[in-house]
Every structure is written in C-alpha cells, then in structure tokens.
Design a protein around this ligand. Structure first.
Ligand SMILES: C[S@@+](CC[C@H](N)C(=O)[O-])C[C@H]1O[C@@H](n2cnc3c(N)ncnc32)[C@H](O)[C@@H]1O
Length: 243
C-alpha cells in the first residue's frame, strides 16, 4: 500500500458498488472496515449512514484517510483485528483483497477468530480474494507500462513501476516503485506479498472458525462462484439471531 498514489491507481469500480449493495441488502448499522487503507471505501460507508470503525496498521494510510472530507462519523484506529471490540459489529468487511495480506495460516486464523469474536450474533463477515486458478498475475505481467499519478503536494507527475518476482508457497511477490516522471527520482520502493488461497481452503477455514451460512459469489453481479471466477466474495455469518 502506497498511500501517495493508492487512490489514483485504484479508482472506483464494480467491486465497490457490489460491497455497498451487499451491505444495503443485509440491513446493518454498525460496521468495521478492516484493512481500510486510505479510507477509499470507508468514507462512502460513512456517507451511507453506517456507524463505521475503520482499522489499518498503516499509519500513513490512516493519516490520508483522516484528511479526507467526509460526511458521517468514522472511528479511525491504527492497528489490526486484535483491536476490534468484542460483540460490537453487525458486519465486518475487508475490501480490495485485504484477505490476501495475511501470509501465514496463523495470521489468517487469528483474523477469522477476531472477526468472529467482534461480530454480534447473526453478524456478517464479508471479504473478497482473488481466485488462484484465474492466474491474475499472468495478466498483470502483460502490462509493461507504468501507471501514472500526480503528487498532490507538488503537482509533479509520478510513474508507478511494478516488477514481478513470482511465487513461493502460494505467496506472490512483487515490487512497486514510485518515481518522479521528469527526474526519475525514486520516492517509494516497496515489496508487496499476496497469499493466494483456494475457495475450498477459505471455506474450510471459515467453518473451523465457527462461521456458518457461507455464501460465495464469483463476480460483482451476485452470481454464485464457479471454478473460473476471477475473484471470490465470501459472506459468512456468525451463529445466532440478529437483535
Ligand atoms: C489493497 S489495500 C485495501 C485497502 C482498502 N480496503 C480499499 O478497499 O481500498 C490492503 C490493506 O490491508 C492493510 N493491511 C496490511 N496488513 C494488515 C493487517 N494485519 N490487518 C489489517 N489490515 C492490514 C494494508 O495496510 C492495506 O491498507
């Protein structure tokens, strides 16, 4: 996550509309946005009237988020799922493949356990993750041109270059470099790692964490997942009746 350019290269899309629509369907009020980053979606959740707690360990990203003008109230927290209040939320959401930042099985199990603990009975845990069988990295590698962004402070044009390293143990590694276009000055160089888990592995881990009624969508139109889906969107429920 490079806050300086993140919102500019991750513009609003069908996935974001999907998350807003799904939240509307399930009729909730209290929401935790886990891995909220720069608050790209958080501010929309707040505008829709949800009581939002937004958490991310990336301090600079939270600073960017806080600086945004937004309607509604958001409680911003620099931290991770351990900071989620117990029995507090009707829904917890992780958007834009946050699920893939948990590289080890232990860290993934901890997130699931924390989400379960933090949800109220009948609460929803919602997240997306890329399908390893769709091999998104093969498409990424075809694009050899840099993304372009602007430095909001200096007005300079920025280039974002990506170098792909490859896979070890289902973890895909790549590097992002942000340069000033005119001078070539490197502003940020960051290693990124994404874990690719299968639909079955995620399903089983959710069951082990006691989640039930697990729905898996395979696109941003609410169609059920197929083995060819590019992404899986999971909607799992904590046992119990909504109060
Ligand atoms: C691809 S960004 C998604 C940001 C945001 N959800 C969105 O839709 O734009 C992934 C985010 O996961 C965050 N992250 C990394 N480790 C995390 C952790 N242990 N717990 C929660 N979030 C984490 C990163 O800091 C980053 O902001």
């Amino acid at each position: 996550m490079i806050p300086l350019v993140y919102d500019q290269v991750n513009s609003w899309g069908k996935d974001d509309e999907f998350f807003l629509a799904l939240l509307k369907k399930i009729n909730v009020k209290t929401l935790a946005d886990l891995g909220c980053g720069t608050g790209r979606l958080t501010t929309h959740f707040a505008k829709e009237g949800y009581e939002v707690t937004a958490i991310d360990p990336h301090e600079e990203a939270i600073q960017y988020a806080k600086a945004k003008e937004s309607q509604g109230v958001v409680k911003w927290i620099v931290g991770d799922s351990a900071q989620l209040q117990t029995d507090a939320f009707e829904a917890i959401i992780m958007t834009a493949n946050v699920a893939q930042v948990f590289l080890t099985e232990e860290s993934w199990r901890n997130v699931l356990a924390d989400a379960y603990r933090a949800l109220k009975p009948g609460g929803s845990f919602i997240f997306d993750t890329r399908n390893p069988l769709a091999k998104a990295w093969e498409h990424w590698a075809l694009d050899t041109t840099p993304d372009i962004a602007k430095n909001a402070l200096t007005g300079e044009t920025l280039e974002i270059w990506t170098q792909y390293e490859g896979f070890v143990d289902d973890i895909f590694t790549f590097y992002e470099t942000v340069k000033v276009a005119d001078t070539g000055q490197v502003l940020v160089h960051e290693k990124m790692e994404l874990k690719f888990r299968t639909e079955e592995a995620i399903y089983d881990s959710l069951r082990q964490a006691n989640f039930s009624h697990i729905q898996v969508y395979g696109d941003w139109e609410f169609e059920q997942a197929t083995p060819q889906a590019r992404s899986f969107i999971f909607h799992a429920t904590k046992e119990g009746t909504k109060s």
